[in-house]
Structures are given as C-alpha cells and as structure tokens.
Design a protein around this ligand. Structure first.
Ligand code: RAM
Length: 863
C-alpha cells in the first residue's frame, strides 16, 4: 500500500497566518508520499467560501497564486487542496488551514495614539508607564481581536493576563516608513460584563537611546504612545470596538528605567495590584493625551515576532576576583535572566551581563556604552517572587549576581533566549566535533542576531541592521531558518530607506550617528539590496519578492554605474572594503590587504549580473540587455585594470582571487586556472590560515573548490591556529566572533574597541559546508531541483545535512568506510536532482523523489 497525502496549506511566508497584510496570499503545500519519483500533474484548491479551482493542470505547489476573491479586512477563509500525480495517483483533501486578514485599509483604524503625559516620562529610557481602560461587554463573545502596536515597546494585558507571548513588540522597523502591528486572538481573555485592557509602555527603539559612539535618543519621536484596537463580535453578530483614545488613563508602573542597552530596573513595590483588572480604582490616574499618528504607516507582520525560544540553566557558578558570584550559562545568547527570589521588601538584586571573562571578571569593555545591568527591587512577598525584564535584551554568556538574599539555589536564575521565532529548517553534522561545534556556533550567532531584524551583534551599543553582514550571511541564514518572512520586512525597510536617502545605507533602519552621519554608497554593504532578495529567491522560489525589490535592486546598480562612469571602475569615495581581514590593525578594520576599489568594482559586476538575471525573470527584456552590457563592461574593465595577462590579480590576496574567481571576472580558462593556482599558493604559503575579511570569507572555500583544491579548502576550514574558523572554537567560543582574534591566544580580549563575540559574518562559511561538504544545494529556485555533489575530504568519516525545503524535507549524508563512500539522498515529492557521486563528480545521475543509496567505490561505477 502506498500513501499520498497533502499537508495543510501554508500562506506566503507566514508561520501563523492570523492578521496577515496580504489580500491574496499565495499558497504552498507539501506532499508526503512513498511513491518513488512522484511529480505533481494537477491540483485542485477549495476555499471555505465554496470557491473551487477544479483540477488545474500544473506542477506548481509552492507560492501558487490565491485562487479566490481577495480577502477583505478581518476576513477569515479556509483552504484545502488535493493533487494528482503524473503517474495517475490521486491524494485525498489536505486538512483545512485557515488564514485571516488583518486591517488592510488605513481607514480601518479608529485607534488614536494614546500617550502618557510628560509627567510620567523621563528624558529617555526612564520609567515605563502603565495605560488602562475599563469597558463592559454586552453579552457573550464569539470572537475578539486585538490589533496593537506602539511608538515604543509594549506589553499588553487583558483582565490581568498578558496578551500573547511577543517580546519587545512591535520590534524595530524603519518607523518613519513602516510600523508593524500585531493581531491577537483574545477571545478567551474576555468575559461578559466588566473587563479591563492595559499596557506597559517603554521607550524601546522609538524613543530610547540607540547607536554607537554615544548613540542618540528620541530618534523617531519624543513621546511614546500605544495604538490599540480591540474588536469584539458578540454571539448575536453585533460588534463593539474599544480603541486607544483620551479615555485611557495612565500612571507610573514598577518599571522605573528601561533601556535596550543599559537594562531595566523594576521596583516590584510599585506594581499597583490588579491594575489591568476590572474594579481597580484608577481615579488618580492621569488621562492619556491623544497624538497624531499616520495610519498609512501601519503594516501587518510578514514573519513571526520575537519570542522566548529556550531556557538555559547555568553550567557553573564561579567566583570573581573580588568574590563576585558569576553564573556561566555555557552559551553566548541574546536574551535575559529570569530570577526567582525571596527577601525583604526594598532589597535590590543586581544582574550584570557579559559575553566573556577577563581575568575571571566580567569583560565589560566590549559592551562600550551598554551597561547591560538589570535591577530588581523586591516586594517582600511571603512567596518567592519571579521576575524577568521585559523591555531590554542582552548579549551574554556570563551574569554577575549581586545582592542575592540568602543562598542561590539551582533554578533560581535561568537565562531566557529571545529572538525572532523563525522555524529552524536546516541542519548539518559531521564526524569532526570541532567542525560540528563551529556549525552550532553559526546557528547561535544567527539566533543572537535576529532580535526582530538582522543585526551585527546583540551585546554592545550597536545592534544595527548592518547591510554587509546579512549580505554575506544570507545564504547561510536562509538554510538554517525560514527567515524569508522576517527578511521580507527588513527588505521593505531597505527599499524605503533607499528611496528616502537616494542610496542604500550601511545599516537599515538608518539612523544618523557620528561618525557616519551621512548615507554614502558602500560596496558589499549596499549590495545587500541586490544579493539578499536574490538569495531568498534562490532558496524559496519567491519571484514576487524580486518584483517588489526590483526598483531598489536596479536603482542601486544604476547609482554605482553612475559613480563608476566612463571608466567602469568604482574607485571613488570611502569604502569599508574587505572589513576585518586578519592583517588590518585592530583600530583600523578597513585597512585590509585587498584594494577597496577592487572589491567595489567586483561587487558592481556581481550585482549588475544579478539585476540582469532578475530583469529577465521579470520579463523586462530591455533592462536585462542593458544590465548584461553593463556587467560585461565593468567585468572587462576589472579584468584590464586589476588582472595581468597571466591571471595575476592586484592586491595578490586571498580575497582578490576569491572575488575574481567566484564573480567570474577573468577572461580565458587558462588565466582562470592560473588565478586558481595562485590562490592555492597564497593559502598554502599562509600555512592554511585564513587571510580574508567580511568580503572574502564567504567565497574562499568555493573558490578553492572550483580551482580543484578542495583539500586546501578543508585544510583552511579545519585549521585551528589563529586566524582560522576553528581557532575560536578551540578557545571555547560558542558563537562566531566579530574578529578572527576577538580573544587573543593568551586569553585576553582583543584591544580593539570594536570586539564582539557574537557576529555572524564569518559564519558565512556554513553555506559551503552545506553545499559542498554535505553536498545539498539548490539547482532551481526553491529547491524544486537539487544538485547533490558532496565532496568528502579533510579526513571526515561522515557528514550530512538536512533541510525542510518549500517542497518538503531533503537529506544528504555520506559515510566513508575505507576507500568506499556510502551516499544516502532523500528527496521530497515533486522535486528532482542531479547527483554527482564523490567518485565521479563530473557526471550526474538523475533522480526523483524518494530515498536513494549509492555505494561509491573509486574506479567503479556506482551501485
Ligand atoms: C561594525 C559592525 C558591523 C560592520 C560595520 C562596518 O560596527 O559591527 O559588523 O558591518 O562595522
């Protein structure tokens, strides 16, 4: 008996399709079957409103256009699907899945921006006031939705219960252009009769201090406000709306200071008992002031919110040089502590955070102007009090606990990991424990650097959406997590900032900070405008995303082509270059070995080529021809100016060759071969230690592999001496470091003022591990087709990767026994693959869905 089932339909890139912003979300489904080589021939979609497509002859099962009437605001619809196979097989209906639209029209919003009066605020990062309102429900409720956001960060409550499990809502978008709201199903929190809704409101990114070099406060506004609209539908079909307005009342709450960087102070004695429940006396509370807000800026989320995703217990209790109690959580994370404490009223417990220790004490210098210091002032209850800060987040592994009353017991202090709750989809594992740990570290750096947006680091006074970092890391990010939804939102911000500033800022959302007050085009950073959407298209098959980003993608290339002018070389203006290559002086990270103009011109070729391909896909033939010509001209200029006739490239550095080879910048097979040989020579001469910065690092292992030197790529990757990927692992790293030597071999912290222990950029090599060590790579957008080409080496005895692709789960693993390699490939339904056996990498075997086992013996055909 075979089986053929369709999993519940999913909508666009939503993890939870409640309150979506699309009128016509695209539909995807995964087919589970044991029929080998199964391919879809036709599908039928049925909507709960009776719409049916009938059988549509089509193999598409990913991001299929919405087949019915567009959704209206608040509208909910069920969807199910069944499929026919090319072999005549037929599935039953999938279970129903439901999608519900949010408020799609700015006119749907009645909520005003309710602002606590000045008296309740400090300059910035001070108290987080409470807002509340009582209301009465006329009868039993059928359904209720809370549409909510804020200028600031908020936590909402209804009848004494916290609404949802979002952390740091509404997250950070480019608030000048877009402010995300959330839709919560709050039906179960309401009851007939008296009810209360309330919220705690902190400054967050909107009004709090953000940015390096002292940062700035009040960047988006000097007043925080809550924007909330509770819509109730009664069983009898009538409705009521309770929205923020001047009827809301405000008072100080227990949070007396809240800063994203500096931490939170919570005085539990100040919590008004029952403040978000009916019957509370709020007569002394001050009326909220109603401020203008632009409802056109409100957007629904495209991905999941930040949540608490894991709890870690300390693995050790250490004593610092002055007798301090320091907890070691064994893992560098973004998050905060949760404490359970009992003691006298008014007693303060202090919590400080750091990523590493310096001479046994917390290393606070790398945090720069981020105090990362939380304080809890006890209420003095008879029962233990539990507290976790709500309006801050820290990057840490160690925490110093001061003022703990009594003995600290197991379970009293735990670390709560917080980040965007993306679905983990990809994994890698191999026989080398250091390499497996490196991969874990990459994943942890992704987790630590996705607190609502892709950041550079989670701990110091920075945490900005640096474009270059995600540009190099996007292929790895999109393998480890389903981050298409979150990145789609960030790219919408990128486009908005791009339009506003006339170029792509080096970080998005852009905030003007000394010493980079101006928005200047910067190679490899601004190229995120092109590379990130292109990468997501490759990994998800989302062509609409390319269409949305196309104006920004093409405008970026047009601008740079303009700067390059007649010479077709981008050799003007300041650049970050091959940032943090290991030879750059600690205080001057852009002074790399590789000429920044060479990097910039190489990236122009790369981006112009990707825009040409995008234009072709979008049917813009005129643009496609123009960008192809531009690509060729810049490439030719690069080749003439930066390469000799025998394939030697200027700067003569690992990065220069990696760029020239991977971006296809050199004419002639022989010259390319010479360039490859020179790269291998350089890598060997450097004792297989890494010589690249942000730009070269994601490319070098591929460049070596292409040059026929896969063993050199392995030796580079498996190197443990500084600088190398595994050096940090041997030094006990649990995340990827910003610098190759963030910690020096003697265990001291790098003297550079910019030294983070959680930066994902150098972790970009994980993409090579997935595609080349394990051999799992897309050959068509969305992994509709795979290229399986594992390259066993480096003394590994086994390796493997798995990925939940848009079509379902794919797995590749190999195991070496003597000179024989067993390769196992599992492909999801409706996909095909070209499998290149390690013993015969130049030829491909065609396979389809199902499990395939190959015994590869050198010199023999596969079994
Ligand atoms: C640092 C950031 C980031 C990098 C920029 C250029 O401040 O941490 O990683 O992209 O500089």
């Amino acid at each position: 008996m075979t089986f053929l089932n369709v999993e519940p339909v999913t909508f666009d890139h939503h993890r939870d399709p409640l309150g979506i912003g699309e009128h016509a979300p695209r539909l995807s489904w995964i087919i589970q079957t044991d029929i080998p080589g199964w391919l879809q021939q036709a599908y039928e979609i049925e909507l709960s409103d009776g719409t049916s497509t009938g059988f549509v002859e089509s193999g598409e099962s990913v991001l299929v256009p919405w087949p019915g009437e567009p959704l209206g605001s608040r509208e909910r619809r069920g969807v199910r699907v069944r499929v026919h196979g090319a072999d005549g097989s037929a599935s039953g209906w999938s279970p129903w899945s439901y999608v519900e639209a949010g408020l799609l029209d700015p006119a749907d919003w009645q909520a005003r921006a309710a602002a606590p009066p000045w008296d309740l605020l400090a300059d910035s990062d001070g108290p987080a006031p409470l807002l509340r309102r009582d209301f009465t429900l006329r009868g039993p409720v059928e359904r209720a939705r809370l549409y909510v956001t804020a200028h600031g960060t908020y936590e909402a409550e209804i009848n004494g219960r916290v609404v949802g499990d979002d952390v740091l809502a509404p997250g950070w978008t480019s608030y000048h252009h877009r402010l995300r709201y959330r839709t919560h199903d709050v039906t179960a929190l309401l009851r007939e009769g008296p009810n209360t809704i309330g919220a705690t409101l902190a400054d967050g990114w909107y009004r709090g201090r953000i940015g390096f070099a002292g940062g700035r406060s009040g960047i988006y506004g000097d007043r925080t406000s809550l924007i909330a609209q509770l819509e109730i539908t009664y069983l009898d079909g009538t409705t009521d709306t309770v929205a923020t307005d001047s009827a809301w009342r405000c008072a100080p709450g227990p949070v007396t200071a809240a800063s994203l960087y500096d931490g939170e102070t919570h005085d539990a004695r100040l919590l008004p008992d029952g403040w978000s429940e009916p019957g509370f006396d709020a007569s002394t509370w001050l009326p909220a002031e109603v401020l203008h807000h632009d409802t056109a800026l409100l957007v629904a989320p495209t991905g999941p919110p930040v949540r608490r995703t894991e709890v870690l217990h300390p693995i050790g209790v250490l004593t610092g040089p002055n007798g301090e109690t320091i907890l070691d959580f064994g893992q560098n994370i973004a998050g905060r502590l949760r404490i359970r404490v009992q003691g006298p009223a008014g007693h303060t417990v202090s919590l400080r955070h750091a990523e590493v220790l310096d001479n046994g004490a917390l290393a606070l210098r790398p945090l720069r102007h981020a105090a990362a210091h939380d304080r809890y002032i006890l209420r003095g209850d008879a029962e233990p009090e539990t507290w976790e800060p709500r309006f801050t987040v820290h990057g840490f592994r160690y925490a110093q606990i001061d003022g703990w009353p009594g003995d600290l017991r197991h379970g009293d202090v735990v670390a709560v990991v917080c980040h965007t709750d993306m679905r983990p989809i990809g994994d890698f594992d191999c026989s080398d424990p250091l390499l497996s740990r490196l991969h874990d570290n990459v994943r942890w750096s992704m987790r630590g650097n996705y607190v609502d947006l892709p950041t550079d680091c989670p701990q110091r006074d920075e945490r900005l959406g640096w474009t270059g970092d995600i540009q190099v890391f996007a292929p790895t990010a999109s393998f480890l997590y389903d981050c298409a939804g979150p990145l789609k939102s960030w790219l919408a911000d990128l486009s908005a900032e791009h339009r506003r500033h006339g170029t792509v800022p080096v970080f998005v959302p852009w905030i003007a900070l000394e010493p980079v007050p101006d928005v200047l085009p910067t190679a490899a950073w601004g190229d995120a405008a092109v590379v990130v959407p292109w990468t997501l298209y490759q990994r998800t098959g989302d062509l609409e995303l390319l269409r949305e980003q196309y104006p920004s993608m093409s405008a970026w290339v047009d601008q740079i082509a303009g700067l390059a002018g007649e010479s077709f070389l981008w050799d003007t203006g300041p650049q970050l270059g091959d940032w943090l290559d290991p030879t750059a002086p600690p205080e001057r990270p852009s002074e790399a070995q590789t000429d920044p103009a060479l990097v910039a011109t190489a990236y122009l070729v790369h981006s112009a080529g990707l825009v040409a391909e995008t234009a072709t896909l979008l049917g813009r033939t005129g643009d496609a021809a123009r960008y192809r010509e531009l690509t060729e001209r810049v490439r030719a200029a690069f080749d003439t100016v930066y390469a000799t006739c025998d394939g030697k490239v200027s700067s003569d550095s690992q990065t220069a060759y990696a760029l020239a080879l991977r971006f296809g910048l050199l004419d002639g097979a022989e010259r390319r071969a010479h360039a490859g040989e020179r790269l291998v020579e350089l890598v060997r001469a450097n004792g297989h230690r890494i010589g690249t910065g942000f730009v070269g690092t994601p490319l070098i292992c591929d460049a070596l592999t292409d040059a026929g030197a896969v063993e050199d790529a392995y030796r580079l990757l498996l190197q443990t001496e500084c600088p190398s990927w595994l050096y940090a692992v041997t030094m006990g790293a649990t995340t990827i470091w910003e610098r190759w030597d963030s910690m020096l071999p003697d265990g001291t912290v790098n003297p550079g003022e910019m030294t983070s222990f959680n930066h994902y950029a150098f972790g970009a090599v994980a993409d090579w591990m997935h595609r080349t060590i394990a051999g799992l790579a897309p050959a068509a957008p969305g992994y509709r087709r795979f290229v399986i080409r594992p390259r066993p080496g480096g003394g590994l005895t086994h390796a493997g990767a798995s990925l939940d692709t848009p079509y379902g789960r794919a797995e590749v693993s190999w195991k070496r026994t003597g000179d024989q390699v067993t390769l196992v490939v599992v492909l999801p339904a409706n996909t095909t693959a070209a499998v290149h056996l390690p013993t015969d990498p130049d030829n491909a075997i065609e396979v389809g869905a199902g499990r395939h086992v190959f015994q590869c013996v050198p010199g023999k055909a596969a079994l």
